[in-house]
Design a protein around this ligand. Structure first.
Ligand code: UTP
Length: 408
């Protein structure tokens, strides 16, 4: 992109100030600025500010969830179906690792975080070990696609290389970079991080499939005959990946997608609940659930809206292709955004000072024609690391990992 193209693009979004320092920059700075403009999706600002945000719902109903007991009964059948699909190369895995992990308060990729106590146990390592439980068992490798962002791509690739891909064959690991969205002040003007860089952040985990398409990964998926993608978050260190029984259950159900869920510990646990929203599969966030729905029980006294998602989904590639051109809603989130002020000083604010914009994978579920809920045992499969201490923290995850017999 040259200066004139950048100017025309920015003018459309009222963001010409981004080029204010262009003439002061050396050649490298000029290139960096033009590249940043071309890599940033400015449509996010309008979409987010226009209130495409969660607009509520008119009806919520329970969705079909296979419970742990039901799965147990058909375990052998599901395992057989899922193993067959994996062995014939029809299953790929997608690790969402483009987030900033701000709550954990570290810089760089979250997967580099070491939860070990007497030895190194990196988050990435835990995930690969979990995947290898399956690949060792079935004697076949699964292609793993790793989504990074411009903020952590190089460091993530280097970390995998340095650690020899944690024992996984490197030819089965494919990195791709997600897009960036601009970060603005409250009036909608993009902050500058420096004279040659507008403030940006990864555009959320919703854009993973379109980013895969842009980076050519979907061609690979087509050419290798991959029909299912298991998409999961970086921060759950007990995450089961390419789980044959889960995959088999989704295949048996002929569902366009499946979502692993856990039974909530209490009705007000802060997780998104899988249900039917206005007749379509969807996830209602805990703060959107009315008191009445939250406390609703069935005739046996069980909570109806009891199944929280853990960011482990199985998608049928053919159904992902159907929705590829549909636009996901953009969410505007108030955040602290480091920026350069008029005097050219770099400021790290203590309080939120503007908005970041992101699309979310949970909105993709709504676009699917069906979603099978698949209950897993929380203590065995859910140890998310969002914070250093307290709920969903390094501390709580370590306890759960140890309970599962993994040495730390
Ligand atoms: P979170 O919602 O926990 O966000 O991401 P985060 O950025 O990792 O952490 P905080 O909120 O800043 O503390 C859930 C999953 O989605 C991925 C994350 O890497 C994690 O696996 N994600 C999130 C992306 O891949 N890209 C994004 O833009 C955002």
């Amino acid at each position: 992109m040259n200066y004139n193209e950048a100017y025309e693009l920015l003018k459309k979004f009222n963001q010409e100030h981004i080029l204010k320092y262009y003439d002061e920059l050396d050649e490298a700075g000029k290139n960096q600025l033009l590249e940043a403009v071309s890599n940033t999706d400015f449509t996010f600002i309008n979409d987010g500010n226009e209130g495409a945000d969660r607009s509520g719902y008119s009806s919520v109903e329970p969705i079909k969830v296979l419970t742990v007991d039901e799965i147990q009964k058909d375990n052998a059948k599901y395992y057989e179906l899922g193993s067959e699909a994996i062995k014939s190369g029809k299953v790929g895995a997608v690790l969402l690792a483009g987030g900033m992990g701000t709550r954990l308060g570290i810089t760089g990729p979250k997967g580099k975080f070491d939860i070990g106590l007497t030895r190194h146990v990196y988050i990435f390592q835990r995930l690969i070990e979990n995947l290898m439980d399956v690949t060792n068992d079935l004697n076949v490798y699964v292609h793993l696609f790793v989504m990074t962002s411009d903020k952590n791509d190089e460091e993530t690739r280097a970390f995998f290389r340095e650690h020899n891909y944690f024992g996984y064959p490197s030819e089965y690991v494919h990195f791709f970079v997600q897009d960036l969205a601009p970060a603005t002040d409250y009036s909608g003007k993009v902050y500058m991080e420096s004279k040659s860089l507008p403030a940006t952040s990864p555009n959320g985990n919703g854009g993973w499939y379109s980013s895969m398409a842009r980076s050519g990964m979907t061609d690979m998926i087509r050419d290798r005959g991959i029909e299912y993608l298991n998409c999961f978050a970086v921060d759950n260190v007990l995450q089961r990946i390419a789980d044959p029984v889960f995959i088999g259950a989704c295949i048996a159900d002929k569902s366009p997608c499946g979502a692993k869920v856990i039974s909530k510990v209490s009705p007000d646990e802060k997780v998104g609940v899988l249900c039917l929203v206005d007749g379509r599969p969807g996830i209602v966030e805990y703060y959107e659930l009315t008191d009445e729905l939250r406390d609703a029980k069935d005739e046996n006294g069980n909570y109806i809206y009891n199944y929280g998602v853990i960011l482990n989904y199985l998608f049928k590639v053919s159904d992902l292709n159907k929705i590829q051109d549909e636009k996901l809603p953009v969410h505007r989130v108030e955040k602290k955004i480091p920026y350069m002020n008029e005097q050219g000083e770099f400021i790290s604010p203590d309080e939120p000072n503007g908005y970041k914009f992101e699309s979310l994978i949970l909105d993709m579920i709504k676009m699917m024609d069906g979603c099978l809920g698949y209950e897993v045992v929380r203590e065995k499969e859910f140890a998310p690391i969002k914070n250093m201490t307290g709920i969903d923290s390094v501390e709580s995850a370590r306890e759960l990992v140890k309970k599962n017999g993994i040495e730390l």
